[in-house]
Design a protein around this ligand. Structure first.
Ligand code: BGC
Length: 352
């Protein structure tokens, strides 16, 4: 079978290789239909991140996946033709959260991630996964099912915020999402569904497709911090750019008792000058909270599916504004090159 692979650690080593079909023994065999491309793939292709499975030299990419079931083991609750999304992370075998099934909270760092760290992904003509690590999606969700994985990251961020905010009486009304990429827009979708008044802030123009997509979901759009109404304070901030100086800037826009969830990362180093006394004062005197959130658990995938099912009803065709470009397996590197109108680029695995 053809698969899109890299040699981890080697810059621009992406190529399409003939690879052995996956071992389907006792597992669900599926055909990956659409694979989303994200910043993590960019880092892996740049040689900055990623790990091949033990004993192998190459890593099959692909962690944002929408597939169709081909074969199931006896006794499976899935059937051929079901559309499924594989869960990215697998637990380590020696930390407490993983033992409890909370692999997204792994503390040893020895977890594996499909298509990222120590485990092949699904950027291939065939893939297999064990049933507990597959999430079935309703037919109505259609191709927007490729957004389940990034959606699960957002669902976890919201779950973390609501869990952590049980520490005080918290009735969130206003939310700010920094970044109008796929994660930011999915955060806007989730938070508007939760009844919050959402502002999405990004640097792109208020006339751009991203700004329009935010407004179509019922959020307001702010072009840079200058676009925010003076003095507005937010009960919740979801940081979805990974641009670390913004973390400190946005902390100043939190309301008393407010929470900020950090979902993005950027590799390398960056130094900025900050008034750390002010930052510290606000956090202490206003009981504020900042929490990091990575990956997602099964319940978050299920919440993401529910979010997308609802979006399919509330905003028919909405995902077409988000999935802006489709490329083939061989064109994956072009998919990584950012074009001005790109929001989410996906690989259509079956295309020529
Ligand atoms: C994925 C997460 C993963 C993280 C770090 C992100 O792109 O969506 O599932 O945990 O990368 O590898």
């Amino acid at each position: 079978m053809r698969a899109g692979v890299v040699t981890p650690g080697v810059k621009d080593s992406y190529r399409v290789l003939e690879m052995p079909a996956p071992e389907a023994e006792g597992k669900v065999l599926f055909r990956p239909d659409l694979i989303g491309i994200c910043g993590t793939d960019q880092e892996i292709v740049a040689g900055l991140y990623g790990e091949a499975p033990p004993g192998e030299d190459v890593l099959i990419l692909g962690h944002e996946v929408l597939g169709t079931v081909l074969e199931v083991p006896a006794g499976s609750r899935l059937k051929a033709g079901d559309r499924v999304v594989p869960i990215v992370r697998r637990p380590c075998d020696h930390c407490h959260p993983c033992a409890l099934g909370q692999w997204d909270q792994c503390q040893s760092g020895d977890y594996t991630e499909r298509g990222i760290k120590g485990r092949h992904g699904s950027l291939s003509e065939r893939a297999a996964a064990s049933e507990p690590f597959l999430v079935r999606i309703a037919a109505e969700v259609g191709d927007s099912g490729v957004l389940v994985e990034p959606g699960s990251v957002v669902a976890k961020a919201w779950r973390q915020a609501t869990l952590a905010q049980r520490r005080l009486p918290w009735v969130p009304r206003r939310a700010l999402v920094t970044g109008a990429g796929p994660i930011g827009l999915l955060a806007a979708l989730l938070l508007t569904q939760q009844g919050l008044a959402v502002t999405v802030m990004d640097q792109v123009s208020a006339q751009s497709g991203r700004a329009e997509a935010a407004r179509a979901l019922g959020a307001a759009y702010a072009e840079g911090s200058a676009g925010l109404a003076k003095g507005t304070a937010f009960d919740l901030v979801i940081e979805a750019t990974g641009f670390s100086p913004l973390v400190f800037e946005a902390a100043a826009w939190l309301a008393p008792g407010g929470a900020m969830v950090l979902t993005g990362v950027t590799g390398g180093h960056r130094e900025v000058e900050e008034d750390t006394n002010q930052f510290n004062q606000r956090m202490v005197l206003q009981n504020q909270l900042m929490v990091g959130s990575v990956n997602a658990g099964r319940e978050d995938y299920e919440s993401a599916v529910a979010m997308l099912e609802r979006a399919a009803k509330d905003h028919p065709g909405w995902s077409q504004a988000l999935i802006t470009r489709r490329v083939s397996l061989a064109e994956f590197p072009d998919g990584l090159l950012h074009q001005p109108d790109d929001i989410k680029v996906v690989v259509s695995v079956g295309s020529a």
